[in-house]
Design a protein around this ligand. Structure first.
Ligand code: AMP
Ligand code: MN
Ligand code: MN
Ligand code: MN
Length: 284
């Protein structure tokens, strides 16, 4: 495939914390000129069959995907998997286990918010949840906007449900090694999602890339909705330094909330080998 390709290999549907169905996303991707697409719901492959069928129906090449929540250096890091067999038992069981603690965490988040005078947030958030196994902080944010506590979801994440703020409950997700192994055992490629977003020290970030590589990880998102030009340069350099290929994805969640729409991203820097060069045989 060509180096310059409108690939969008990171987005979310109602199967996790997006607001559109896999079918509507496929059509939107096609309409926006996307040439290779992957749906990467959080900790969940339940939307993959629908996304693949919808992509085929609109003539859009497709890679399977998921975004796995990982605990690393005391913080949450996301690892995107691309091109897996979504029925592989190691992947299915690993993701099920990763989803497992969300319900309890949500109840504790709600109890903590009640302590600062905001009651009923668990019940309110549930109205926004499609997949009962995937209650996310994003659903809490949508309800807190509806309840008039904040003007928009960005304000919620500034004032609540993040480290040090009311409603935040620390959570232990998958280990880095497990997440990379589930992806590679099921035939896929592991990719570090939006590295520019993490609050890691330079030493911790070096450890993340070194350990990721040692576990068999192969890629990193260079161009993504949360990155700016300085990040494109920095992570293109990391590709060379660590021998990784580069990915590109909007991390689109919702027309109302996301500032980067499907396929509306700068091209991958010319120095970076694109993930789609390595994943050719996995494209549907
Ligand atoms: P969870 O997996 O339940 O911890 O929720 C994480 C999700 O919350 C992310 O995937 C984003 O969709 C959303 N999120 C996290 N931090 C922010 C933020 N600062 N602003 C907007 N959305 C955020
Ligand atoms: Mn999300
Ligand atoms: Mn993420
Ligand atoms: Mn994401």
């Amino acid at each position: 495939m060509t180096h310059i390709l409108n690939a969008d290999l990171h987005c979310h549907s109602v199967v996790s914390d997006g607001t559109l169905t896999p079918e509507v996303l496929a059509q939107r991707a096609k309409d926006n000129g996307v040439e290779l697409w992957a749906l990467t719901d959080h900790d969940e492959i339940g939307g993959q069959a629908r996304a693949m069928a919808a992509a085929r129906a609109v003539g859009l090449p497709y890679l399977t995907g998921a975004e796995i929540s990982v605990t690393f250096a005391g913080t949450t890091v996301h690892i995107v998997g691309l091109g897996m067999d979504p029925e592989h038992p190691a992947l299915v069981q690993g993701l099920r286990a990763t989803r497992g603690g969300r319900e309890q965490r949500a109840r504790e988040m709600s109890a903590d918010l009640a302590r600062v005078g905001i009651p009923g947030v668990y019940e309110g958030a549930l109205k926004y949840v499609d997949n009962p196994e995937l209650i996310s902080r994003t659903h809490f944010a949508r309800y807190l906007v509806e309840a008039g506590v904040c003007r928009d979801t960005n304000e919620v994440f500034r004032k609540f449900i993040t480290e040090g703020k009311p409603g935040f409950v620390p959570h232990r997700w998958a280990t880095l090694g497990d997440a990379v192994n589930w992806i590679t055992q099921s035939g896929g490629m592991a990719v570090i999602a939006h590295p520019g977003r993490y609050k890691l020290t330079p030493n911790e970030e070096f450890a993340l890339f070194t350990e990721f590589k040692a576990h068999g990880g192969q890629g990193v998102e260079v161009v993504t909705g949360a990155h700016g030009p300085a990040d494109y340069v920095k992570y293109a350099d990391f590709c060379r330094e660590f021998g990784l290929v580069g990915s590109r994805g909007s991390d689109f969640h919702s027309p109302e909330e996301s500032h980067t729409d499907l396929g509306k991203l700068p091209d991958l820097p010319g120095s970076v080998t694109p993930v789609w060069d390595v994943l050719q045989s996995r494209i549907h």
